[in-house]
Design a protein around this ligand. Sequence first.
Ligand code: PEP
Ligand code: MN
Length: 338
Amino acid sequence: MVIVMASRNREDIENVVRRVEELGYKAHIIEGVERTVIAAVGDDRGKHRLQSLESLPHVEKVFPILKGFKLAGREARTEDSVINVGPVQIGGGTFIVMAGPCSVEGREQILDIAQKVKDAGAQMLRGGAYKPRTSPYSFQGMEEEGLKLLKEAREATGLPFVTEVMTPEQAPLVAEYADMFQIGARNMQNYGLLKAVGKFKLPVFLKRGMMSTINELLMSAEYIMAEGNPNVVLCERGIRTFETETRNTLDLSAVPVLKKLSNLPVFIDPSHGTGNWEYVVPMCKAAAASGADGLMVEVHANPAEAFSDGAQSLKPKLFAKMMREIAPFVELMGKKMR
Ligand code: PEP
Ligand code: MN
């Protein structure tokens, strides 16, 4: 249920929050530009009892949220969410590029590529320390050592970093180092993991599962937000179709659909979306033109030798060229890269 407050007074809001909690619901306070609303969420059964709160003083009206994604949707929060990752603002008119290798492979590799993507204009670094690989015999990531190297790269460049967390047990350690959790496509519906990262305040980069619908993606975001972490960024990274020329089929139409349904920022990952570096640059431009809030792009100094995802990684020079080429599209959409 959405409880629209007629007052912005702290005490009045807290009074309503208390009443919501007494009825057994969690109260999420949403401060909009024009009004404050309280989203009361919890067990669907017996939600009609919340309707009685309409008689409280300072409550303007109470109405049901029809969609399943109550906090991720636009019914309770009509305005776009802005998520801060260190000094970087995601959403609210910026266009943010997260770039770096698929995997952290060593000290020199990550320090070198971090500086190169920064010089090209990336505002965030990406790199996997825990890797979800199809084969158990493939490189599984450098684990904590990789996190330490990412931290060193952040200290050297000032770029905050996003890195994948694969299990609830890993979350506290990853949170000690990272500026943002990544939930990978394969874990989008790992509800235990979603609940675990929901207990942190650290922002979460949530990738769409390769066989998941948009509704399922939003319901996964809801799991994180319902635990109390509102800092979620959505990412379309390609879905499985009958097409075999590309690794996945990048669903760019997800951008306007998600923008309509959700208040959360929306990113595109054309690297996993296409699986082929030759298709990455055109899809970066298309993503900017589609109204996305940013990109996640894999970049490697020597893709042929990469431990993972070399075929879809841009070399630094091409990445820098891409950054120059997307600028007019970003500007045309009224967004700012710096
Ligand atoms: C990645 O970002 O390297 C990755 C494994 O992505 P996805 O979960 O989208 O496959
Ligand atoms: Mn990858």
